[in-house]
Design a protein around this ligand. Sequence first.
Ligand code: PLP
Length: 353
Amino acid sequence: MYPQVEISSSRLKENTISLKKLLVSRNMDMWAVTKCFCAIPEVAEVIVSGGVEVLADSRIQNLKKLRDIKARKVLLRIPMQHEVDEVVEWADYSLNSELETLRLLGSSALKAGKTHRVVIMVDLGDLREGVWADEIEDFVAEAVKIVGISIRGFGVNLTCYGGVIPDEENLGRLVKIARDMQDKFGLEIEIISGGNSSSLYLLKNGRLPEGINNLRIGEALLLGRETAFGNPLEDLNQDVFILKAQIVELKEKPSVPIGRIGMDAFGNVPYHEDRGVIKRGIIAVGRQDIDPAGLMPADGGLDIIGASSDHTIIDFTNSPREYKVGDIVEFSMDYGCLLRAMTSEYMGKLLVR
Ligand SMILES: *Cc1c(COP(=O)(O)O)cnc(C)c1O
């Protein structure tokens, strides 16, 4: 079926083994993040076969899909109050930042005869989730009174929203906060989670503060890049996922539309560069399945000139290859494009060797 995302299990497993080895060499644990591929169980299984013991996702529906995979499960997104029973049922750990939600998790866990493990998120400036650092002591003082939960550690998320880069300063503060809370409240701290793929550069340079013992890794595992600066990581494959789409029209046409220009399908007024008459092709994939700005053609001679919901238009003029209608064009994808491709139900997903 086309369009299709082809997923290489051997390259994914190699990435898993390399990253796991890097983290284990510093006595750190890696939680593998499955949300970008919608937690397809067969893909998660490849990651587990590479030595990962904990899978993390932001959505309960995805954790449910992973029910038969032998790994512990983590809910990454701060739980919604309406889903606490499911969190207790499907997640071994959840990340939290709200006392009232922790109380609901506690009573739900009590009802289920369980203790639910939580990691408290600290906001160190990126301004997405987390308890503000100045308020952490009051927060923990209340959280330790809640029956049914066990505080297993502290974590931070950086870069994803505010773009703040992890460094010795902010991650050092996280370690200090975790240790202070441990001493003050007699906590048994198992996890100090220093972020996501954007923290890997510190680890590589030997600058990750002592005490950070966990990272939650998605993009580096799947796309082979760190995300503080967007650099590819050597020893990792950048081509685990390949998008394949079929050419449905290929004709010589002008590069500038003819007529008065109004708004396109998405309400923007398009700009068209005049390249004269070009070899224009349409591939059968569009904004419902991909982000055209995040698509990189494997053939360097191709140029993506635009996309609507179901069509992506490509300038084939500068490719040495003689394409024809029916040919398959291949692309690599950035994180946002991959997320959309994996989420689209119109996209085939094929796990290959
Ligand atoms: C998505 C997510 C991650 C993984 O981030 P990557 O940049 O893909 O490594 C880690 N932690 C949380 C809380 C997340 O939501």
